[in-house]
Design a binder for this molecule. Structure first.
Ligand SMILES: NC(=O)c1ccc[n+]([C@@H]2O[C@H](COP(=O)([O-])OP(=O)(O)OC[C@H]3O[C@@H](n4cnc5c(N)ncnc54)[C@H](OP(=O)(O)O)[C@@H]3O)[C@@H](O)[C@H]2O)c1
Length: 301
């Protein structure tokens, strides 16, 4: 079986790639940078901005995993916001147009989305059928998912995984949270009460593979989060404990974060507690269901 991963060179794509290779799948990446890899992964060129793509990537192809998109962890100027949105919408549309044009008989199309789809709430736990929010990240997720739904409309099984905060020491939020803690400046953010729907990188990668390997699984939306979300305060304290560092400073007030980060402060102040019930009851077994297990694994304890 052959799987093509757009944005496969990123944090999540590399983790999925390693699992698929270990299971003897053929793996291809779509990347804006031509490169050669020693592990047998074939890299094909595309450029969603220019609308160009190497159609050879679609020959004898069974699955597409769509992860590509400009990082949200950069200052949100109006130009950059439009790149965050455009890279996801144009990239997914280019994949769709190519599959439709070539008549590629995909077994499934899997697309990343994010828990930022949901509104901000300290009290609710969101399920897959809940209505979206109306801030920038929610809008990006809605438009991104809308492009993915086009695959459903030509009869291809489509999964949309609304990903939580991915825990890894190789990238994403954890190294950024851990850095000030290591230097003694760590503190909870805002009220510290906001829910952080975390998931260990390996479990997230395994969820994508679970969707591929279980033919009986229905397509649709799945929250890709761990079973036990925690608040920002609890997460910050757990990281500090794992690193053996004390937390002495008071929480950083929300207004200060807004001053420093601008609108991007949404990413650390948002509260999107999500249910993991749907993916769990589909038979997925977490390797790291508890935060302490996940952090001990990541910090090699
Ligand atoms: N990590 C998280 O905590 C998290 C949480 C929720 C959702 N997600 C979503 O899941 C997806 C994968 O996450 P990740 O952490 O693996 O992201 P990542 O490490 O930033 O990788 C994303 C990949 O997308 C490609 N890319 C970057 N900018 C692009 C652009 N302007 N146009 C087209 N492609 C571009 C890059 O591949 P090339 O340079 O090879 O082209 C990059 O390796 C992302 O879309 C992200 O928004 C991640």
């Amino acid at each position: 079986m052959t799987v093509l991963i757009s944005g496969g060179s990123g944090l999540v794509g590399e983790a999925i790639t390693q699992i698929l290779l270990a299971k003897n799948f053929s793996v291809r990446h779509l990347s804006r940078r031509a490169s050669r890899r020693p592990d047998g992964v074939e890299v094909f060129a595309w450029d969603p901005d220019k609308g160009t793509i190497d159609e050879a990537a679609f020959k004898d192809l069974h699955y597409i995993i769509n992860l590509a998109g400009a990082s949200i962890a950069k200052r949100w100027t109006p130009e950059y916001k439009s790149e965050v949105l455009r890279s996801r919408v144009e990239g997914t549309r280019l994949l769709f147009n190519t599959v439709e044009k070539l008549g590629t008989p995909l077994k499934a199309f899997l697309s990343a989305s994010a828990v930022g789809y949901y509104p901000n709430s300290l009290s609710e736990t969101f399920s897959e059928d809940d209505a979206p929010g109306n801030d920038f990240l929610s809008l990006v997720c809605q438009k991104w998912e809308q492009e993915a739904i086009n695959f459903e409309q030509i009869g291809i099984k489509t999964f949309r995984l609304r990903i939580g905060i991915v825990l890894s020491t190789k990238g994403g939020a954890l190294p950024q949270m851990a850095l000030p803690i290591k230097y003694g400046f760590g503190a909870a953010l805002g009220s510290g009460k906001q829910w952080m729907p975390w998931i260990h990188l390996e479990d997230l990668a395994r969820q994508f593979v679970h969707c591929i390997e279980n033919n009986h699984l229905e397509g649709g939306v799945y929250n890709a989060v761990g079973p036990k979300s925690v608040t920002n305060k609890v997460l910050t304290e757990a990281i500090a404990k794992s690193l053996g560092r004390p937390l002495i400073l008071p929480a950083v007030p929300a207004f200060a974060l807004k001053l420093i980060l601008g609108e991007m402060s949404e990413t650390v102040l948002a509260s999107n507690r999500c249910s993991h019930e749907k993916i769990h009851s589909s038979g997925f077994k977490y390797k790291f269901p508890l935060l302490e297990q996940a952090l001990n694994n990541l910090y090699d304890k």
